[in-house]
Design a protein around this ligand. Sequence first.
Ligand code: ATP
Ligand code: MG
Length: 176
Amino acid sequence: MMMEKTVPSPLPNPPPQAGEGTNDRYANLSFPLADEAETLALAQRLAARLTPGLVVYLHGDLGAGKTTLVRGVLNALGHSGRVKSPTYTLLEQYSAGGLELRHFDLYRLNDEEEWESAGFRDEFDGQNVFFIEWPEKAQGLIPAADMEIDLHIAGEGRIATLRAKTKTGRECLERL
Ligand SMILES: Nc1ncnc2c1ncn2[C@@H]1O[C@H](COP(=O)(O)OP(=O)(O)OP(=O)(O)O)[C@@H](O)[C@H]1O
Ligand SMILES: [Mg+2]
């Protein structure tokens, strides 16, 4: 079958401005992660690039490795205690490596009232770093992501895809 010819666009795409543009190669990075150790190694690289106020959404099925990634980040920042999944508490807080980190798992968030009465809104002070599992459960309540990470189960391993959504997120990925 013949491929239909596409009409060339009349003008070339304008060159990306400094700090602009969405199709630079750092906006979207994928990593195959053969085992848990590789997830932790990626987390370690990410930990070194976090900046205050960064908001990271974590997507992926149950057991895809979202909490494992956060544990790796915290351990890399020097947190030596346990990293509990916030399955029931919804939020766990950490202070590590000079950063305040907030780890949400919103799978069991019921409604906006629960969100407000827990005082979660106050956490978004522009300084705390957020890792948010199941962000879709709090649509409209949480700020937009600087970066979204998808963890996809692939055979015995995982594939992580990191997507920058803001300039801050892209700066983080550029230096990963
Ligand atoms: N790259 C990898 N390859 C194989 N197994 C992995 C990899 N990374 C993590 N794991 C394993 O997958 C499981 C992930 O569990 P984890 O609690 O991190 O998932 P989760 O995405 O947070 O799930 P939930 O949505 O239930 O909170 C752990 O048993 C971990 O050891
Ligand atoms: Mg989890």
